[in-house]
Design a protein around this ligand. Structure first.
Ligand code: ZN
Length: 153
């Protein structure tokens, strides 16, 4: 199986069985994101305890890439510190616009590298970046309990 085929399979599998796809009644951060270009929507819940993201969940409607990216994001940041989660969001957002040396980081990225192919399809970048922008907003301490919609970037 080629790397592209493997990565496509990872995205389809996350789309079929999204991880952490539920509401979180005891969340202390909630952010909504949307991507008007494609009609994708996401609601992201975080439970931050001290400096650690102890739980992450999402619900949303949208294309396979938006859902898979949100699913992979929740799986990747759960249990990380806020600083680690922010650093990961920076890295993935750079990767999505082709500004990360994926060859060099492939090992560290693990399955998240599956999203790297999106950088070749500019019209799909916002589908994949939506959940990560929502994460950045949710992690921003100046926005606790923030429910302000995240504008699509
Ligand atoms: Zn989309």
């Amino acid at each position: 199986m080629s790397l592209d085929a493997l990565y496509q399979e990872i995205i389809l599998e996350h789309n079929r069985k999204p991880r952490n796809f539920r509401e979180m009644p005891d969340a202390n951060r909630k952010v909504e994101g949307h991507n008007p270009l494609c009609g994708d929507q996401v609601t992201l819940w975080l439970r931050v305890d001290g400096d650690r993201v102890v739980d992450v969940s999402f619900q949303g409607l949208g294309c396979a890439i938006s859902k898979a990216s949100a699913s992979m994001m929740t799986a990747a940041v759960k249990g990380k510190t806020v600083a680690e989660a922010k650093a990961l969001a920076d890295e993935i957002l750079a990767m999505l616009i082709g500004k990360l040396d994926v060859e060099k980081e492939r090992q560290a990225l693990g399955s998240l590298a599956a999203l790297s192919g999106v950088s070749k399809f500019p019209q799909r970048v916002k589908c994949a970046s939506m959940a990560w922008h929502a994460l950045e907003t949710a992690l921003d301490e100046s926005n606790p309990e923030g429910a302000a919609p995240e504008p699509a970037r």
